[in-house]
Design a binder for this molecule. Structure first.
Ligand code: ZN
Ligand code: ZN
Ligand code: ZN
Length: 443
């Protein structure tokens, strides 16, 4: 079916006017089609997830075995640990030497690439050549950003010195010219790496996928990326014609034009001129309601985010609840700030085990999600699945089945029929059907 070996991807590199390099379709691509999939050239678990995620297969586990030497790397079992060892060996030594300090994600990722290059035979070097060139971006970066990168570069040198004694010389002999000093390697890594997310779309790690780093951004993209472990799958969410450019969104698309543009400039150093940015079509809806009232929601968001980061669920739930009632009917559900607060209330209620309240908040978000995700989007599918599970738990079985069905329509396109999450969803739907049948036959 989908992963037929040797099946060529219907994509090619091309020069896109005004954007530099890009990827485009060589043939017609259907909506829902797996365009291509790739394993990372290098990847690592995010620092903030090191305790929850296996450093080999990137699955989240309740209990993990800890590497007895660096005490940082964790694995599902000895099988994962064994398979990870060749990639972890050098890193382990460096991690130990740096204790109690921890290198950042991009420093660890860059070091992993260097170590891979120091252990031939590997095709790493030639693959690195295919990474998108971001020299021009380096020039257009703010001084602050450049300083940040310089700091990372010196940390990288410090970090790898245990294993690469003469880093400068070894990098020159092993790396392509554009990566031959720590600063340009770090710049390349930070500009090209993708966030790896799990089934719940939580960040678990970062990875480099050179063949896909050419994908340009669009605020209403025709492709989405989903992960299965560390394997990246690129899927079409609209029909794409031959020679048409393939795009993804580098950032969360559910936000105002001004917010998206600021984030793209800060993180990726370009000004987005996509159709959606030009038309600003949804802005009115996203800012609907009484400004005086929604401004209070907007201004509360940083504090709420803080509570969420601290996992202070009880206070978060109380704060969201009182903010939402204060805004009342003057701020409709499709207002973007109301939606964000409602989403946080949903999170908090789930963590507090307040299922009925969670369901109420979840239901409130769905009309806005339908409105703001015109194309199938993983975030929308996962949100529907969440609400469906709450409905199922509250024994609203028929509603749950309807919600799961709606999720399935999206996820068979964004995740594909074979993705573990879609399989989960199918099992849930089957459970609901059986419960409905049983109820009917008991009447
Ligand atoms: Zn594992
Ligand atoms: Zn270790
Ligand atoms: Zn845009």
């Amino acid at each position: 079916m989908e992963r037929k070996a040797g099946m060529a991807s219907p994509v090619e590199r091309f020069v896109c006017p005004g954007k530099g390099n890009g990827l485009r379709a060589t043939a017609r691509i259907r909506r829902g089609q797996l365009v291509t999939s790739a394993e990372p050239l290098g990847c690592c678990v995010s620092n903030k997830r090191t305790r929850e995620v296996c450093h080999h297969c990137f699955t989240r586990q309740e209990t993990l075995l800890r590497c007895s030497q660096c005490k940082m790397a964790r694995y599902c079992n000895t099988a994962c640990q064994k398979q990870a060892w060749s990639g972890h060996k050098r890193e382990c030594k460096c991690l130990r030497s740096l204790l109690p300090r921890r290198p950042t994600d991009s420093v660890r990722l860059a070091a992993r690439l260097i170590f891979a290059l120091l252990s031939p035979p590997k095709s790493t070097s030639s693959e690195l050549f295919t990474l998108e060139e971001h020299e021009s971006h380096l020039n257009s970066m703010s001084e602050q950003k450049k300083q940040g990168l310089a700091q990372l570069a010196s940390m990288l040198e410090l970090y790898v010195q245990q294993e690469a004694s003469d880093l400068a010389q070894e990098m020159t002999s092993a790396l392509p010219p554009s990566c031959q000093d720590p600063l340009s390697l770090i710049a390349k890594v930070t500009c090209n790496c993708f966030t790896i997310s799990d089934g719940e779309l939580q960040e678990v790690g970062v990875g480099l996928y050179p063949s896909l780093s050419l994908l340009n951004h669009d605020c209403r993209p025709n492709c989405v990326m989903v992960f299965e472990g560390t394997r990246l799958q690129l899927r079409a969410v609209r029909d794409i014609g031959p020679k048409e450019e393939l795009t993804i969104s580098y950032i969360e698309t559910l936000s105002l034009t001004e917010e998206r543009q600021r984030q793209l400039e800060e993180q990726y150093h370009f000004v987005c001129r996509c159709q959606r940015c030009d038309s600003k079509k949804e802005e009115g809806l996203m800012l609907s309601g009484e400004e005086e009232k929604w401004r209070q929601l907007k201004e509360a968001l940083p504090r709420l985010e803080g509570l969420k980061t601290e996992s202070n669920w009880q206070v978060l739930l109380e704060s969201c609840s009182s903010l939402l009632s204060a805004a009342g009917g003057d701020v409709p559900d499709e207002n973007l700030y109301r939606l964000r607060v409602t989403d946080m209330a949903l999170d908090a209620a789930v963590h507090q085990g307040q299922w009925e309240e969670a369901l109420r908040y979840g239901m409130k978000t769905l009309p806005a999600y339908r409105l703001y995700y015109p194309d199938p989007h993983p975030v929308h599918g996962v949100q529907l699945m969440r609400v469906g599970k709450l409905q199922h738990y509250m024994e609203h079985v028929e509603d749950a089945l309807d919600t799961f069905k709606e999720a399935f329509i999206i996820m068979k396109i964004t995740h594909g029929e074979d993705h573990p999450l879609t399989t989960d969803l199918k099992i849930k739907m089957e459970e609901c059907r059986q419960e409905i049948d049983t109820q009917l036959s008991c009447r």
